[in-house]
Design a binder for this molecule. Structure first.
Ligand SMILES: [Zn+2]
Length: 80
């Protein structure tokens, strides 16, 4: 099992930043996602959170952050 290190500070990385130069898009993904383990730039969560897209680019955060439960839709409680 390999451990990626943050490109900025050298601590164990938690996210992977990848690019689409054609679409001018930047993505942040969980580094634990198997298919995302190669390519892109490894970042710790702190640097991933503070990363911004270049001017004219779109940054999409696709991480399923465990501390973002606020964004999980609530189940309807009274459907019946
Ligand atoms: Zn870092």
């Amino acid at each position: 099992m390999f451990i990626s290190l943050c490109r900025s500070c050298g601590t164990p990385a938690a996210a992977l930043m990848s690019f689409s130069y054609d679409g001018a898009e930047v993505w942040l993904d969980d580094l634990s996602t198997p298919s995302q383990s190669e390519g892109g730039v490894a970042l710790c969560s702190q640097h991933a959170d503070t990363r911004t897209a270049p001017v004219g680019w779109t940054l999409t955060d696709r991480r399923r952050a465990s501390d973002r439960h606020l964004f999980i839709p609530l189940e309807p409680a009274n459907v019946a």
